[in-house]
Design a binder for this molecule. Structure first.
Ligand code: MLT
Length: 262
């Protein structure tokens, strides 16, 4: 993996292929390996870049007690500068989608297209914040094994392949507890960003697994309705991890989105 230094930390990223830059932002509590199939499918057309966000994967361990999605968005714009990419095709899954929306709000001129995969634009409800607090206590006390059990059941559709389950477990169990706790706090404090989508004029692709129960179809429809120039793709047979569960259908949706950009 390659690395670059930004605001007191070192971020690791994968880079394959040639062409315009496509930036893939992982979900929680995962890392860039969730995008391996997409990198492989797009490397002939795009310079595919997938970072491990601050504190995750092979990046330096987290120091801040709260990992704000806005902090990640600013790290990503620094990564674009490092790559000398004026604009990018930005793709974010779930927490990566929260980061992508913060990026769209703070750096709209750096977007060529925006793909929001299995995510939502709304803020956490009080109940969701409470669930995050409980998860933070639980992972601190019992460790990552029980969290991986819980997340695999919640995130994957009923037909997820064994290798997808295994890769998910490896990612969850490989994420530091400090990072998990700080990321939960960061996600809990993010604002509603539906208005950001209303102001986003570049092509927006909303992608959702047909069995996604974490960020279901209704959330995807709300985002596609808000953005002036949006398309919606429902991915057959997939849950919340559509790019891993049905990589080819997700890759096709991204290609159609990217082809629509002038
Ligand atoms: C994710 O997949 O990134 C998480 O489900 C996001 C969240 O906890 O809101």
């Amino acid at each position: 993996m390659k690395t670059f230094d930004v605001a007191g930390t070192t971020i690791a990223y994968r880079e394959v292929g040639d062409g315009p830059v496509a930036l893939f932002v992982h979900g929680f509590p995962l890392d860039s390996t969730m995008w391996l199939d997409q990198l492989d499918l797009h490397r002939g057309r795009r310079r595919c870049v997938a970072p491990d966000l601050r504190g995750f994967g092979a990046s330096d361990p987290v120091v801040e007690p709260v990992l704000a999605v806005e902090r990640h968005a600013d790290d990503l714009v620094a990564l674009c500068d490092h790559l000398e990419a004026e604009t990018v095709d930005l793709v974010g899954l779930s927490m990566g989608g929260y980061v992508a929306l913060a990026f769209a709000e703070r750096h709209p001129d750096r977007l060529r297209t925006l793909a929001l995969v299995d995510t939502r634009a709304g803020a956490d409800t009080e109940e969701a914040k409470h669930r995050r607090d409980l998860m933070a206590v639980d992972v601190t006390v019992r460790g990552r094994g029980p969290l991986a059990d819980e997340l695999l059941d919640a995130l994957l559709g009923p037909d997820a392949a064994l290798h997808v389950r295994a890769r998910m477990r490896t990612m969850v169990e490989g994420t530091r507890v400090d990072t998990i706790v700080a990321a939960l706090a960061g996600m809990a404090q993010r604002p509603d960003r539906l208005d950001v989508l209303r102001r986003t004029l570049v092509p927006v692709g909303v992608v959702v697994g047909e069995h996604d129960t974490v960020t279901p179809l209704a959330e995807a429809e709300a985002m596609a309705d808000a953005a002036p120039n949006a398309r919606l793709d429902v991915i057959g047979g997939a849950g919340h991890m559509a790019p891993m569960e049905n990589p080819v259908e997700v890759a096709t949706a991204l290609e159609v989105l990217w082809a629509s950009a002038v």
